[in-house]
Design a protein around this ligand. Structure first.
Ligand SMILES: [Zn+2]
Length: 118
């Protein structure tokens, strides 16, 4: 398996969002700010839900996509509990957001794609 880099993680997340079977919805969530469900092996039918009143929508979507990408790339998620999964997803999503945010074209790409999906 090739080594997962930040750039590869980014393009993996882009591809996940662009899949025609990926849906993105704004809903009212009570517990969390966003969540994702998906079919595993093969990865399909991502359903991302983002709470209606949240700022930072790109970050929230990136975070949810990292859950899927990490699972997909490393088969790691089944081996750690939710608390540990959340911790590494948050740190990866933070790096990924910095990578997106430092480049206006990348930021625009995410904004446009998210708007299109909603
Ligand atoms: Zn999470």
């Amino acid at each position: 398996m090739t080594r997962l880099t930040l750039r590869a993680l980014h393009s993996r997340c882009q591809k996940l969002l662009q899949r025609t079977d990926t849906t993105l919805e704004e809903v009212t969530l009570s517990q969390e700010r966003a969540k994702v469900t998906w079919d595993k092996s093969p990865t399909a039918n991502l359903q991302i839900k983002v709470d209606t009143d949240q700022d930072g929508r790109i970050q929230l979507v990136l975070h949810e996509l990292v859950h899927v990408a990490a699972d997909d790339a490393l088969i790691i998620v089944d081996r750690v509990d939710d608390e540990l999964e959340e911790a590494f997803v948050e740190s990866w999503a933070k790096l990924l957001w910095e990578y997106v945010d430092e480049n206006s074209r990348r930021r625009k790409w995410w904004r446009d794609q998210i708007t299109q999906k909603l």
